[in-house]
Write a protein that binds this ligand. Structure first.
Ligand code: HEC
Ligand code: HEC
Ligand code: HEC
Ligand code: HEC
Length: 254
């Protein structure tokens, strides 16, 4: 099974190497002071040099992803979720026939903190002190129903790790969701950003297709300014969802 996935992965990489892995996005209000600044998280141990990027990246001695995928200079212990996962499934989901690896690319990086097992402040070989973000339920910030045996369950999460373009082409309703060239709706800080820009290799949905790990105020929400969730389009009128899913009035999708 694992070898099969590797084969699929290398075939995919061969066909997609021309596309950038994930385009960088314009800076917003940044990481410092955000929920992704581990120095501000209660129960977490501050970095001895007050660094911020260091909890996730390092200029040297970066750690290889256990599957061999290239990752951006990673300094944080990887999640043990490698191949034991239950993907999302439903009678109407069209992406199920092109699963690649639900955690491929940035998703595996997110899960190295959000799996509830690896300490969020672990970095640079130093042990962390804060493990678990309140569980996988309403009010918690763990994802994937952690299990100490390294099994992950994404069956109650929005699907990731599949080809957006294949799902869009095979869409039974044809037009139920947008071509990947569509810009995120109402995104004042990254107005020109398209879905394709944040698909891994221009094609694969990951956690980083909806979330920008680096910018706490990337999308400006008016209804609840404190709840930006690092998303690329505001929660107001569900602009994020309507960017991809054509469930609006067909003009501006609102
Ligand atoms: C909480 C973890 C985390 C922190 C803190 C963090 N990053 Fe990242 N970074 C990521 C993840 C995950 C990715 C891959 C996904 C993506 O690019 O959205 C990434 C990707 C990148 C990339 C490559 C892609 C791109 O967007 O250009 C650069 C460069 C980068 N980070 C720089 C930084 C710098 C500089 C800092 C400190 C100001 C920083 N990061 C802080 C998690 C983090
Ligand atoms: C970046 C594009 C994108 C964004 C943003 C997005 N989705 Fe999706 N979503 C998809 C794709 C692609 C699928 C797979 C569709 C398929 O194959 O049926 C999907 C699947 C789903 C499904 C499952 C469909 C099924 O048949 O089981 C639901 C429900 C859904 N999304 C709701 C949402 C909601 C609610 C939001 C906003 C919080 C959202 N999506 C944001 C692209 C997106
Ligand atoms: C289709 C878009 C989409 C994808 C893909 C996605 N998220 Fe989210 N996520 C959201 C939205 C929107 C929220 C804000 C809460 C809400 O509206 O329910 C959210 C909330 C969260 C939260 C806050 C806690 C919570 O449960 O509300 C965390 C943590 C999180 N996401 C992590 C992840 C990780 C890790 C992945 C990949 C495994 C991921 N997200 C994939 C859209 C997405
Ligand atoms: C270095 C550890 C680390 C990494 C890597 C990381 N996160 Fe987080 N994330 C956290 C912590 C800690 C919080 C705050 C939790 C708390 O205070 O309850 C958080 C909060 C969040 C929230 C909630 C934001 C809100 O407004 O409520 C979202 C969404 C989120 N992360 C998504 C992601 C995604 C997506 C990735 C990968 C692209 C990622 N995170 C990578 C540690 C991390």
């Amino acid at each position: 099974m694992k070898n099969m996935k590797r084969l699929l992965l290398s075939a995919l990489l061969l066909t997609l190497t021309a596309a950038p892995s994930l385009a960088g996005t314009a800076p917003g209000t940044g990481v410092v002071g955000s929920l992704h600044d581990m120095n501000t998280i209660s129960g977490a141990t501050d970095d001895p040099q007050a660094r911020v990027c260091a909890f996730c990246h390092t200029p040297h001695h970066a750690m290889a992803d256990p599957t061999g995928e290239q990752q951006p200079l990673w300094s944080h212990q990887y999640t043990s979720y490698i191949s034991n996962w239950t993907p999302y499934a439903s009678p109407t989901f069209q992406g199920g026939d092109n699963w690649i690896d639900p955690l491929m690319g940035p998703s595996r990086l997110c899960m190295s903190c959000h799996d509830g097992l690896v300490a969020v402040d672990q970095h640079y070989g130093m042990a962390g002190t804060k493990t678990g973000l309140g569980g996988d339920g309403w009010g918690g910030r763990d994802i994937g129903l952690a299990d100490a045996g390294g099994n992950a369950d994404f069956s109650n999460d929005h699907p990731i790790g599949f080809s957006y373009n294949d799902a869009q082409t095979n869409d039974i309703g044809q037009g139920l969701f947008a071509a990947s060239g569509r810009q995120f709706l109402s995104n004042t800080n990254n107005a020109a950003l398209t879905v394709e820009d944040v698909l891994l290799y221009g094609d694969i949905m990951t956690c980083a297709t909806c979330h920008d790990v680096h910018n706490k105020d990337n999308a400006n929400n008016t209804a609840a300014p404190g709840r930006n969730y690092f998303v690329y389009a505001p929660q107001d009128n569900s602009a994020l969802c309507l960017t991809c899913h054509n469930k609006g009035n067909g003009v501006d999708e609102f």
